[in-house]
Design a binder for this molecule. Sequence first.
Ligand SMILES: *Cc1c(COP(=O)(O)O)cnc(C)c1O
Length: 417
Amino acid sequence: MWSNLLDYNALFQQQVERLHNENRYRYFVELERKTGAHPHAVWHAEGGPRDVIIWCSNDYLGMGQHENSITAMAAAVQQQGTGAGGTRNISGTSHAIAELEAELASLHEKERALVFTSGYVANEASISALTAMLDNPVLLSDSMNHASIISGIRHGRGEKAIFRHNDLDHLEKLLQELPEERHKIIIFESVYSMDGDISPIGEIAALARKYNALTYLDEVHAVGMYGEEGGGVAQRDGVADQIDVIQGTLGKAFGTMGGYIAATDAIVDSIRGYGSGFIFTTAMPPALACGALASVRYLRQSSEERAAQQRQAARLKQRLADWNLPAMPSVTHIVPVMVGDAAKCSEISWTLLQDHGLYIQPINYPTVPKGTERLRITPGPCHDDAMIDHLVASLAEVFDKVRPPSYVPRSGNKATG
Ligand SMILES: *Cc1c(COP(=O)(O)O)cnc(C)c1O
């Protein structure tokens, strides 16, 4: 018999209640995506299945349903089976993974690439390994960096210095204060996924050269979507050669799953040997590597999807402005609409789903700061003009009803045309 003195379960229940009280409890929307139907999906609601349109997918270009990837992945499962069979070191290095790494190195014009089981693991394992290999380094990290980067910094137990988001003056001030001979890594992202803004990559790289720091760039929300071949914003800006480590994911625009880094042979080879999160886990299955490879290859030679995504994002921003809805300024395919209150954000999201068949997950604290709760909309090439018009009309109706603090209703707020 155990005693009731330590009621662990009650303790966890209290934690769940706390999440409810703070409007941070996460409700999952159970979807069934259908090949060829994106952005439509079946929502398995309590009352039964319903058709909805997804407006918040990170399968940004619909590549998760692309014929090339499906064919490659299905064929590979038939020919090579389902699993990898081990870690990379012990029987898990497949020809497919090696081919994928060669393609990714070429995409980013780097000597070598290394694939991980996710983008999260790529960041955590690479950043902690780099920290462990350098001599008491300082990690200069943008204040808006992703949780996986923060976890990598914590794991590596390196000293960190946080610079204000995209603030070159602040970054330079921090660099100036450090001894010249001290090892430094500047860690930042290209596209920040909650605001839809872009970092000054070339300028940050110039500071890194001036103060002799390494640069580590997370291009997770840009690979496949920016640059002539989908090599990211660094490729678009012509500065990829000035970045030491480029990190990306295969799970967003490439529509499959997995993460990677691309860098010099020495950097990649050392992380391969020291990155715990790389070494001690079963490798990506060959079929997944084949699916990802087909997607990367396709997007290197087709810009149609990228162009359509930018066109539809611009159209959505214009329509939101026409209807006087509080879209946040964004220079990317990510279109955040400010709500400014956690409960209202959840209410708006739920009403859109329930009454309009539109799925947009609310983004609340701790993903974004309190008071800046928002809807994060990700239009893509599969969202047509009629869908955009329907979305904006629905948003206007729901904002009028819920009246979040960000919304100033104007008389005669009805767009024409
Ligand atoms: C999603 C994300 C990751 C993690 O990538 P996964 O492949 O989903 O694990 C890393 N960095 C940023 C900025 C992200 O948004």
